[in-house]
Design a protein around this ligand. Structure first.
Ligand code: AMP
Ligand code: GLY
Length: 424
């Protein structure tokens, strides 16, 4: 099988690494890839959002399976175009990727199909949005409806804070068109977890549980990021909670999307809030989480190429997933300054020493090769991933790996996994 993975982050490195273990995978390409990905796949210099050139490359190179990593090309219709060119594709068409592309659509779907979520209003009119905030009071959550690269959510402790957010989104266009419409939501408390299911239009196959740490600094403090670390399993997702998620959240969403004429194929990623055993869905994403994908791939024993092909071709009912027992844990190393501004091009050493440890894999999120050296090329740069019998041991091993990496211009949290370790 010739496989093309689209994207160039830690998630795509983990996907390429897992695909490379598949006996069925003859050739793996990644567009655009990164320094780490080039060790397991052939990187091709095409941007992940360049639909026209991706489709042309896939056609010219007899690609048997395309795997679209990030949300932006999916929302823009990359999967539609690949399928139109006759290429089997893992990832939803645009009319299903709207689940992530429009929070307003998503919330209306939840309401229509009785899927448990935060109470909300959707607004295109600023004055009506302000009136809703005044009526509901604070704390309250303001969200740009469209894609805003993870930045479009503002949790406001006061009505004034919420109104300022509305003004910057709706009047000053802080997130461009993504803010033409806003969703205003009830503030939920509890513990967040990430839940993933592979979907082929009708059948949903749950993956093992995972949790990430969104805050930049230790103790889950500081600004929100894309994720500073992750681990699997997430003990908060008990078998009862998993059954609830499948029955009350995932399956009704898949059935609802099919009923709306928007059948979903790919990976459905539910961001959940769990409080006292009660689960609500905060949001859906239409792709793997990053860095959750790294811990999931580290634990997956099944042949990923076979599994993703089955999802793309509507054969998931024939697949049973196998997982490594124990835990996986990823520590993200980010450039100093992230999630604010940071430098690129700084030198990273010691990657081989870390990567050659038994049970440790260093996934690259934002790296590049310059004059034979690996340099930082993004905010989140590396994901040092370890597998071990327990989360505590996986954590120790991951940090041992981190400490072999010499990168003075980067930082990481030192407490990834604390919730799971407390429960162990
Ligand atoms: P989202 O992109 O909608 O998942 O929001 C990003 C982050 O904002 C989530 O991971 C939560 O930490 C937080 N968040 C979103 N919606 C809510 C809510 N209704 N209540 C509390 N926190 C929220
Ligand atoms: N780690 C959360 C995300 O990928 O959105």
């Amino acid at each position: 099988m010739n496989i093309l993975v689209i994207g160039g982050g830690g998630r795509e490195h983990a996907l390429c690494w897992a695909l490379a273990k598949s006996p069925a995978a003859e050739k793996i390409y990644c567009a655009p890839g990164n320094a780490g990905i080039s060790e397991v796949a052939e990187c091709v210099p095409i941007g992940a959002e360049d639909i026209e050139n991706i489709v042309r490359f896939a056609s010219d190179n007899q690609i048997d399976l395309a795997v679209v990593g990030p949300e932006a090309p999916l929302v823009a219709g990359m999967a539609d175009q690949l399928r139109a060119a006759g290429i089997s594709t893992f990832g939803p068409n645009a009319d299903a990727a709207i689940l992530e592309g429009s929070k307003a659509f998503m919330k209306d779907l939840f309401a229509k199909y009785n899927i448990p979520t935060a109470a909300y209003g959707r607004f295109t009119d600023y004055d009506a949005a302000v009136a809703y905030v005044r009526e509901q009071g604070a704390p309250i959550v303001v969200k740009a409806s469209g894609l805003a690269a993870g930045k479009g959510v503002i949790i406001a402790d006061t009505e004034e804070g919420a109104i300022n957010a509305l003004s910057s989104i709706m009047q000053d266009n802080a997130f461009g068109e993504a803010g033409d419409e806003v969703v205003i939501e009830e503030f939920l408390t509890g513990e967040e977890a990430s839940f993933f299911a592979l979907v082929d239009g009708k059948t949903a196959l749950p993956l093992v549980s995972a949790q990430d740490h969104k805050a930049a600094f230790d103790g889950d403090t500081g600004p929100n990021t894309g994720g500073m670390g992750a681990y699997s399993p997430a003990p908060i997702v008990t078998p009862e909670i998993e059954a609830f998620i499948m029955e009350k959240i995932i399956q009704p969403t898949i059935d609802g999307m099919a009923a709306e004429g928007r059948p979903f194929t790919g990976v459905l990623f539910a961001g959940l809030m769990i409080s006292k055993g009660k689960t609500k869905v905060l949001e859906f994403n239409v792709r793997f989480g990053d860095p959750e994908c790294q811990v999931l791939m580290a634990r997956l024993e099944s042949d990923l190429a076979e599994v993703l092909s089955a999802a793309a071709e509507g054969r998931l009912d024939q697949i049973k997933l196998r997982w490594q027992e124990g835990s996986a844990l990823t520590v993200v190393m980010a450039a100093n300054g992230y999630p604010g501004s940071y430098q690129k091009g700084t030198l990273i050493e010691g990657l081989d020493a870390a990567g050659s440890m038994d049970g440790v894999t260093v996934f690259h999120a934002g790296t590049k090769i310059e004059n034979g050296n690996v340099t930082a090329n993004g905010g989140r740069v590396l994901g040092v991933t370890a597998v071990a019998p327990t989360t505590k041991e996986a954590q120790a091993k991951a940090y041992e790996g981190v400490d072999k990496i010499n990168w003075p211009d980067g930082f990481c949290r030192r407490d990834i996994g604390w919730r799971a370790i407390e429960r162990e």
